[in-house]
Write a protein that binds this ligand. Structure first.
Ligand SMILES: NC(=O)c1ccc[n+]([C@@H]2O[C@H](COP(=O)([O-])OP(=O)(O)OC[C@H]3O[C@@H](n4cnc5c(N)ncnc54)[C@H](O)[C@@H]3O)[C@@H](O)[C@H]2O)c1
Length: 316
């Protein structure tokens, strides 16, 4: 697809802002729609238009009517897994009602493609089948995971009922510059913040639980590919879903050691009881994403170094 006009919801957030940047670099005209719940206008490059609005708002229709967008890239979400457990109706309101509002607009104004951001961590749940292929059984254990899975089903249904073309990207654990260390997830930015502040790193359980850490600019690159990839529509549920991770497992202990080495500081580590509901291992098999021509370009060490340097600069 040649560059046109893209609407990035959640564009002022951590990942969305990098996705906006990537679209700009590829010659797209970029508009971000964000209610600045956790995002910040300052995250956005100057050439990105920001519309401060909730994805559930009726006025979103007017934004589509006037915007002339070719595609919508939907990053806005209630992203907090624990909050989805304590406030499941709020989670569903933002993540399901918001999605449906956008789907209605995308259909009415005939957008060429709907890119939906899903979660490999929340969708598959605990499994021994590692790295997890996209066809693995879906066993979400949180309302957040359920809302992501339900969203994929809504898109599939509207893809079949109308000619809405869509693709889902199932992210692993994304990290990098601009991730908010105040969130409950984002262990890399939380550790970096604590190291900067001279605080103890808290490791839950024995620290041998593993995650698949993927650098945010590699994730942005996957969005650019998904924008123009030829899709096998009308097939199986998982045919238009792409895992976005490295396929490598890194334990929290290894991550902590690597970050302490990069920072070059004395850091204490304290153990806390394991958090119930946290999967022991998560790591994504990205064979189909790689077949599109995508591969993570940043090693964990390089990505952590860049994240650390960013946070040091921000703190200065
Ligand atoms: N960070 C990860 O590791 C990870 C992993 C899997 C999936 N995801 C998904 O990636 C997307 C981006 O997450 P992130 O980590 O950048 O988080 P983030 O909180 O930085 O970004 C979410 C953005 O959505 C905006 N937003 C929230 N509710 C909104 C609403 N009702 N209307 C309009 N805007 C709203 C926020 O202000 C924020 O800018 C989300 O869909 C999330 O579920 C993230």
């Amino acid at each position: 697809m040649s560059p046109g006009k893209v609407l990035v919801t959640g564009g002022a957030g951590f990942i969305g802002s990098h996705v906006c940047e990537a679209y700009l670099v590829h010659g797209w005209d970029v508009t971000a729609l964000d209610n600045l719940d956790s995002g910040r206008a300052a995250n956005l490059p100057r050439d990105v238009r920001l519309i401060e609005m909730d994805v559930r708002d009726e006025s979103v229709r007017r934004v589509f009517r006037d915007g002339g967008f070719d595609i919508v890239n939907h990053h806005a979400a209630q992203v907090d897994v624990r909050a989805s457990v304590s406030r499941p109706r709020h989670d569903a309101s933002v993540n399901i009602d918001g999605l449906l509002n956008l789907i209605e607009c995308a259909r009415e104004f005939g957008l060429a493609r709907f890119i939906f951001i899903s979660s490999g961590g929340a969708l598959y749940g605990e499994t021994a089948d590692l790295p997890i292929p996209r066809t693995a059984p879906k066993r979400p254990v949180s309302p957040y995971g359920i809302s992501k899975l339900a969203s994929e089903y809504y898109l599939r249904a509207f893809g079949q009922l109308s000619d809405l073309e869509y693709v889902s990207l199932r992210y692993a654990n994304v990290y990098g510059p601009r991730q908010d260390p105040r969130g409950e997830a984002g262990v890399v930015s939380i550790f970096a913040r604590r190291i900067l502040d001279g605080e103890t790193l808290l490791v839950f359980g024995d620290g041998e639980q593993t995650r698949d850490f993927v650098f945010v600019r590699d994730v942005a690159a996957a969005n650019i590919l998904a924008t123009s990839a030829e899709l096998k529509a009308g097939g199986e549920f998982d045919d238009v879903a792409f895992n976005v991770g490295t396929g490598e497992q890194t334990s929290i202990n290894t991550l902590a050691d690597a970050m302490i080495e990069i920072a070059g500081r004395e850091v204490r580590i304290a153990r806390e009881p394991a958090r119930p509901g946290d999967p022991m291992h998560n790591c994504l098999d990205c064979a189909e994403t790689r077949a599109l021509g995508w591969a993570p370009a940043h090693s964990l060490k390089a990505g952590l170094r860049e994240t650390w340097d960013f946070m040091v600069r921000e703190a200065a």
